[in-house]
Design a protein around this ligand. Structure first.
Ligand code: ATP
Length: 121
């Protein structure tokens, strides 16, 4: 078994992964833009500490799942570029994980933001 990499190198590689995801991956760019928009709106709306915690948790879960989805897609494309039913299941289920988290996040965001928007009207 090879020697484990030093801790600082592990962080370096993880940051490289983040850099790739946010600046090279199409979905990564979309998620980064959406996250910045949500954070700005949250500041404008003046969320409570609990509301902030929920919104940040949603952002973290959706973003982390999208990163795993992007990584799995790359691996699938390397392993089997041609059509394969198992690749289809892998990619579809991986995308479903993101979609599921995103739907729940939209519900949570609606619970937080809609009453505040109604108060503004
Ligand atoms: N090699 C393959 N074998 C079988 N089905 C595949 C294969 N490649 C892609 N698919 C199907 O096409 C869909 C889209 O795959 P693709 O790799 O284009 O992802 P994508 O559209 O780039 O996803 P995203 O929008 O998340 O980046 C998959 O969810 C899957 O159903």
């Amino acid at each position: 078994m090879s020697k484990p990499q030093p801790l600082f190198k592990a962080f370096y590689h993880a940051f490289k992964g983040m850099q790739y995801f946010f600046f090279n991956d199409r979905n990564g760019k979309i998620h980064l833009t959406a996250t910045i928009a949500v954070i700005i709106i949250s500041f404008v709306m003046g969320l409570s500490a609990t509301e902030w915690a929920l919104i940040l948790l949603c952002i973290a879960v959706v973003m982390a799942l999208e990163m795993m989805n992007a990584a799995l897609e790359k691996l699938c494309d390397l392993v089997h570029k041609e059509y394969h039913p198992f690749i289809k299941i892998t990619k579809d289920v991986s995308a479903a994980a993101v979609l599921w988290a995103a739907i729940i996040s939209v519900v949570i965001a609606s619970i937080i933001f809609i009453p505040k928007i109604i108060l503004l009207l």
